[in-house]
Design a protein around this ligand. Structure first.
Ligand SMILES: [Zn+2]
Length: 381
């Protein structure tokens, strides 16, 4: 939008799953539900995306459709590829791919690159960083993490809490090659000290966990969120629910487990069998977590081996797991924003939203084809 221009969106503005308004306006980059005074009645606005005529002292562009707050990818990695940190040009491409699919708020679940420069870029999504992954020595993907031993965990967690934007990311379990299977990476006392340190710094802690075995110590230590969470069991689910520990299932990523298992079968048959079991029950696991009331958020795990821009697919996966479409949408919009402490479509909030041609509550596949993406009040895609 040029300076002084006004964007008028009309149709169905989904302020919340049940809170639907007829229109919103964007003035000076902010959302308002009151017609700006310098703007006329907007006669002659065309359906779809089009420029209205000048009216009053401001140009008005009118767009019609169903409006959602900017989508949230709560598990995404910008600045990372399968081999580690990438350069700024590659990071920029990743962020633009996410943006163009409607993802305007990213919780970066660990990156080896310093992407702080993105905060200066008005045209790129907002990022909430978890710093760099913290893993046990030789127990994670090469070049990704600080690889350390338990005695140093609290100090590293405190440092990443200060570097990040309110989150710290641990690798809670990984294959133990001597053991030939997934095992927990950290003793309980080290976790308790480290998570207390993060909380003292005002940061929340999340952990990558595939297996069930890593979860009790993390729960006891006060973990705030678990990534993947394929190991949730009948015994653990009520504890997660009672404590409000969120999960980000990353089902698009979990779909690759059989492939991973096949690759590691010869050397690590027990691990491969374990991964297959976790994969087979993935929808039941997420469905049971949801039924128990565990908060669930959308995360694509883009940026390691997975491509960016898969938010629509992950929402569809959650529907497959048993969330109804409005709940799955909330996991990528209203609910996720509230969880991360960022506004949705509120009076005076930054105008970050996505317009669709059809109702995404009726069919979440609509998310794959946004009509217009508006970031900080400017149409960007
Ligand atoms: Zn990840």
């Amino acid at each position: 939008m040029s300076d002084g221009a006004v964007l008028h969106v009309r149709g169905r503005v989904l302020v919340g799953p049940e809170d639907v308004r007829d229109e919103l306006w964007v003035v000076d980059g902010l959302v308002t539900f009151s017609r700006p005074t310098a703007v006329g009645l907007g006669a002659g606005a065309e359906p779809g995306s089009g420029s209205g005529s000048a009216s009053g002292s401001r140009d008005v562009r009118t767009v019609e459709g169903w409006v959602l707050p900017g989508l949230v990818d709560a598990h995404c990695h910008v600045g990372l590829d399968a081999h580690g940190a990438v350069d700024a040009a590659t990071s920029e491409k990743q962020a633009i791919t996410d943006r163009d699919t409607g993802t305007l708020l990213i919780r970066d679940a660990g990156s080896a690159a310093d992407t702080r420069w993105i905060d200066e870029r008005e045209d790129l999504p907002r990022i909430i960083r978890a710093g760099r992954h913290i893993a046990r020595t030789r127990r994670y993907i090469r070049n990704y993490a600080h690889e350390i031993e338990p005695g140093d965990l609290a100090a590293y967690v405190r440092a990443e809490a200060r570097r990040g934007d309110g989150w710290v990311k641990l690798v809670g379990d990984w294959i133990d090659r001597e053991h030939g299977d997934l095992t927990a990476c950290w003793p309980g006392d080290a976790l308790a000290e480290a998570i207390a340190a993060a909380h003292e710094e005002g940061a929340r802690v999340t952990a990558h966990c595939f297996a069930a075995e890593s979860l009790p110590d993390l729960l006891a230590a006060g973990i705030d969120c678990v990534e993947h969470a394929t190991g949730l069991t009948e015994e653990l689910i009520p504890v997660f629910a009672e404590r409000g520990v969120a999960i980000v299932p990353t089902l698009v990523n979990i779909a690759t487990f059989p492939q991973l298992a096949a690759g590691g079968e010869a050397k690590f048959p027990a691990w491969a069998a374990h991964m297959r079991r976790l994969h087979e029950r993935r929808y039941d696991t997420v469905g049971a977590a949801h039924d128990a009331g565990i908060p669930i958020y959308v995360g694509t795990d883009a940026g390691g081996s997975l491509a960016h821009g898969l938010v629509a697919e992950e929402v569809a996966e959650l529907v497959k797991a048993g969330l109804d479409p409005a709940e799955a949408l909330s996991a990528a919009s209203w609910g996720a924003r509230a969880w991360l402490g960022r506004p949705g479509l509120e009076e005076g909030a930054p105008a970050d939203f996505v317009v669709y041609a059809e109702d995404p509550r009726a069919d979440v596949r609509v998310l794959a084809d946004p009509r217009l993406v508006v970031l900080r009040g400017r149409p960007v895609a």
